[in-house]
Design a protein around this ligand. Structure first.
Ligand code: HEC
Length: 156
């Protein structure tokens, strides 16, 4: 009788030990780690100001503006990141890419003209052929967004 109790105790002991050891092989803590890492990787990136600085209200994480992304990839090489017509590729061009902060030009043209130049390119309007046509690349919404973006520069 006595030895049987001991045997049961021993078995229970082994069982507790085994479960205890298996704890460290529990995959669930890795699931959590993977989840945390995935969340970190997908955290929205802080939007920078046009000068590449972190905005003063840096807690407000703004989604990347798709229109601005288009402008940055397609237009800024000539028109400059902040629309001043001084992009890296502007140097060799004559006439120079339009400076969108030029208020006299802003007053002279209407939205339809700007959208038309974007759609058909400079040459179609008797302007420099260096201003490409974007009709095949940009949707109507994107063109409208870019017109607004260009207009906004005229108000500053
Ligand atoms: C390869 C250089 C280049 C790129 C890229 C470029 N542009 Fe231009 N853009 C020019 C040049 C040069 C002019 C000036 C044309 C002129 O005055 O004859 C111009 C003029 C303009 C004008 C003014 C038209 C007017 O009535 O004076 C607008 C608006 C414009 N670009 C918008 C854009 C937008 C938006 C993009 C991107 C989708 C873009 N450009 C990409 C070179 C470029």
């Amino acid at each position: 009788m006595r030895s049987r109790i001991t045997a049961t105790g021993l078995l229970a002991g082994i069982l507790i030990l085994t479960v205890g050891c298996m704890e460290q092989y529990d995959p669930r803590r890795f699931w959590k780690q993977t989840k945390d890492e995935r969340e970190l990787a997908h955290r929205p990136v802080q939007k920078l100001t046009l000068k590449g600085e972190i905005p003063p209200n840096e807690v407000a994480v703004v989604e990347t503006d798709p229109v601005f992304a288009k402008y940055a990839t397609l237009c800024s090489s000539c028109h400059g990141e902040d629309g001043k017509g001084n992009g890296a590729a502007a140097g060799g061009l004559m006439p120079k890419p339009r400076n969108f902060h030029d208020t006299a030009w802003q007053a002279k043209v209407d939205d339809a003209h700007i959208a038309g130049v974007l759609l058909k390119g400079g040459a179609a309007y008797g302007l420099s052929g260096s201003m490409p046509a974007w009709g095949a690349v940009l949707s109507k919404e994107e063109i409208d967004g870019l017109v607004k973006r260009i207009r906004a520069w005229g108000k500053k």
